[in-house]
Design a protein around this ligand. Sequence first.
Ligand SMILES: [Mg+2]
Length: 417
Amino acid sequence: MYFTIGKLLKIKSSIILKVYISKQFGLFIDIDGVVTRGRDVLPPAKKAFETMIDSSKLLNQPLVFLTNSGTSSTEEKSNYLTKLLDIHVNPSQIIMSYRPLDLFKKFSTKNTLISGQGPIENIATIMGIKNLITIEQLSKSYPLLDMMANARREIIVKDNMKSILPRIEAIVLFGEPVNWETSLQLIIDVLLTDGYIDKKFEMFPYPHIPIISCNSDFIWMAQWKNPRLGHGAFLSCLESLYKKMTGKELIYSAILGKPNVLNYLYAEKILYENAKKINQHHHSNPSNIQTIYAIGDNIESDIVGGNIYNKLLDKKIEKSRTQHSDFSYQHLLHDKNYVDLVDWTQLSDLDTSHVTQCKTILVQTGVFHSNLDEEREKAYKLSYNHRDTKADPSMKRADYVVKDLMEALKLIRKIEA
Ligand SMILES: [Mg+2]
């Protein structure tokens, strides 16, 4: 009996697939600093993905990309990765930092000011926000608000300005804006006027109108050798200005993006759906996934986030062992600001999920890029966490530290063999 090369390749790939599918695990893979640096792909990451595709270049390993990037659409990101890695990446496999926004049904009907750059208007609409206004549109409607640049001070508005916009009832910060001074000024204006932008500052309303931020990364890694300031740095400025103006703390209804556990729960839901698709061809059960490996380069977001999620999984197991009543994440996360804003029915599949642990893997190709133990100890001592991230120092320690994504994959396969 003769086999054609094509048939042999098919048999070979199905054998490889069986090896990894017999004991399933899932992957949460960060993008910046793990797969890419700036616009360039990291060679070990390209190699790693070559070992996770079938002959049609479809991924055969259950995984989702879990990124704190928030200023492009999932379609744009998946097209970019598909081209860069020469594999087929489905948009549904990408969890952008803002993705859990569609769980916030109570926000969707509010008149919402959005801040960031890129196609955020389009993204906000996809996420269900019906009535929105951008910082740029607000600035155009009220040209006297932004007086930071000398050139703008020449603007003369003849008539007394009358309210031309409805009250702004909520703010969503998608990611770092381009002109920080404009965004900071206008957001402060909206907060201090209770959303009635043409009113005088009088008694500062407190609590102020609700704000959701979609990313709190203080730094991130682009092409340059040193990290760049991120959206977390913008938040620090906003919080500090708000406190200086009012004497009070800025309150977030939610801060999405890693390390928020909501992004991990959302990613687990998508991972299950992704595993189901892969397994349809192999008659195996996607609920076999018990372990998820979270791979990232940023201690404050990827490692702290993975460890917070793992702690929640511990609580879930503990609850289901000690209580016979139905378990739900809504009850476990009862102390979070966002618990009443979230539509938990969309995450109800997770109540019966078999995932029991999340292991964190720190790679040295991004924000963290040293293989020296003392450098790592130094990094653990730095505090780039957001003000509201409640995590003890032990949460910064990854379960494993490896060179790059390929090494991470080799390690996981060894553990899971
Ligand atoms: Mg990263």
